[in-house]
Design a protein. Structure first.
Length: 252
């Protein structure tokens, strides 16, 4: 049963008339015209401020006056999106920037894969891990591109920076150095996602905040935890034979 208190007002039981009969149910039915029925009705919810002043809430089913507002006019220009609604330019730009972030991360991971797959490095487990990481980041970029199209935005791809091709480190060794770089990269991506979420929130885009939360944020913190564990393990085993054992575990 609907509560009578809504946003400081209360729903006042009012009379409903249909075919000459009166009903009381908190909503008002006004007669309309129809070629197939003599009891076609318009439904208007009515609120009261407690002082007897009633006002329509705008819930109107006939004659569809609401859809005649400018906000619901269907564009006729072939360049305009038909699907776009309440999607601010700042949100559109933020999605495009995040696409670039994901592609840059994918590019760095792909460079790591190529490095560890060399015959004079030959750490196949790390190569496999970074190749999968690269593919995952690219999938994230494509998911954002799909979302941009769903919301009626325009995908604009930005330049991608050249990643390093060498990951050897005199003190840490290449495995630990690359994994620490991966951890920093995951934290950076997470920071960018949180900023994108803030942009959506500031523009009152509830659908976009839900998309970021459900599709990215949980997975991102899980990736940070996973790579943090790998960094700790590589620090414990040091360089040399321990790295080979760690690499073999990644192949399982």
């Amino acid at each position: 049963m609907m509560s009578k208190a809504v946003l400081g007002c209360c729903y006042t039981p009012i009379t409903i008339k249909s075919n000459g009969k009166d009903f009381v149910n908190g909503v008002k039915f006004g007669k309309g015209t129809s070629s197939s029925s003599s009891s076609s009705v318009v439904v208007n919810a009515v609120t009261s401020d407690g002082g007897g002043n009633e006002a329509l809430t705008g819930v109107l089913f006939e004659p569809f006056k609401e859809v005649k507002r400018d906000a619901f006019v269907v564009p006729v220009s072939p360049q305009a999106s038909l699907a776009r609604q309440y999607y601010k330019d700042e949100c559109e730009s933020g999605i495009n920037e995040q696409i670039n972030v994901e592609y840059n991360a994918s590019y760095v991971y792909h460079a790591m894969y190529a490095y560890f797959d060399r015959d004079n490095v030959a750490l196949k487990g790390l190569a496999k891990f970074f190749k999968e990481s690269s593919e995952e980041e690219r999938e994230h970029a494509e998911k954002l591109m799909e979302y941009q199209n769903v919301r009626g935005g325009r995908v604009k791809l930005h330049s991608i920076l050249n990643p390093p091709s060498e990951f050897d480190h005199a003190e840490k060794g290449d495995a630990l150095y690359a994994m620490e770089l991966a951890l920093s990269l995951e934290k950076l991506v997470n920071e960018k996602l949180l900023k994108l979420h803030s942009v959506a929130d500031q523009n009152n885009d509830a659908q976009m905040t839900d998309f970021i939360e459900s599709e990215f944020l949980a997975e991102q913190v899980e990736s940070i935890k996973k790579i943090s564990d790998y960094v700790t393990q590589l620090r414990m085993v040091g360089k040399g034979h321990g790295v080979w054992h760690f690499d073999q575990k990644l192949l399982e």
